[in-house]
Design a protein around this ligand. Sequence first.
Ligand SMILES: [Zn+2]
Length: 446
Amino acid sequence: MEYKKKLIEVALPLEAINEASAYEKMPGIGPHPRGIHLWWARRPLAAARAVIWSSLVDDPSSHPDQFPTEEAQNQERQRLFAILEKLVKWKNSNDPEILAEAKAEIMKSTCGNPPALLDPFAGGGAIPLEAQRLGLEAHASDLNPVAVMINKAMIEIPPKFAGQPPVNPNSNLIGGMWAGVTGLAEDVRYYGEWMKNEAFKRIGHLYPKVKDEHGQTHTVIAWIWARTVKCPNPACGCEMPLIHSFEIAKKKGKTVYLSPVFEDKKVRFTIKDGKNKDDGTVNRKGASCIKCGTPVGFPYIRDEGKAKRMKKQLIAIVAEGRKGRIYIEANDEHVFAAEVQKPSEYPDAQLPYNPRNFNTAIYGLENFSELFTNRQLVALSTFSDLLSDTLKKIIDDAKTSDIEDDQLSLSDGGKGALAYAQAICTYLAFAVSSVALKLILKSQMR
Ligand SMILES: [Zn+2]
């Protein structure tokens, strides 16, 4: 077969592709497949879509019979560019007309028989996802099991259950049509909510509400903690918090900062409105004591950490106000509330020693479990335990639905109650894992 030059080998509308790729990274553009789980070095979907499409579509110079002159070829190329420029736009990602037009060009250039695509190192799955979008048979693999699960959840599982209505008991009330994976998505939402409510029954009491200065109670969004070490200056000995910035909210129209109040060898923080340009007590070069100003190098902090003398201090509470977030001073009740027993069982392992990439080990935090507070460990274990209860519940609900029960698991190619329940639990497990991962990444120190 005569080799035909592909569009990607000749020219691409790079500006439009770059622009679409940058747009995708902006916050607030709506749900993005990357939201399923964190993965490193994700590639923009627009770029993957453009590369796949232009690797399959012939460059007009490959068809001198149809486009004999350079001018004719240029004109045809501009027509193809116009299709590609529409195709890469975020808002057109699921536009059936634009996708059909793009697919038609692929069919034309491949004599109606497009090749399958294999991405052997698929990572976050941008390439196989876009191959599937363009109507190709997509295959993906990766050495990392998390990447494999991301690809399964994004590419393999949804088409299996496409067009199916949800199985949850509320769905009868909703009624309506369940095109694509809207049924599956509805069940993920329903059982996710169910898990949240069950978790609240089990551990909600560990998360007290907070009172503001007017005595009104509010739901807490976050407790802000700082790590502390004892000031090496013997005349001071203050338990010094390591804080990057005193400003804890930096939003337009709402800036709030921590103002220290010294009490013997301790410091507490009141919360004030306005800006505070003061440096925090720790930066890339080292730390300083908040009370006496003594410079404190990282070697001292690391030694204190290794000797298990590093502590933590609650420095502020973020809560839901009537008009957005409010910031409330730390108090003993909320410090005690966090002092819960570790769960009786939880997975643990030693962190890989690789301080350049992840440096908690040089501060004496050597195991995964040490990166979480006890209360976080309890919450993560509770959600993890709830997954198996949720699985059972979905199987029961699915058995009373129209879904055919083939008794096979997802990995055995099943499509029945068990496989469907496992599919939903895959997405819910990703939600739990995402929380754990965010907490791990937050525990990284400078
Ligand atoms: Zn000091």
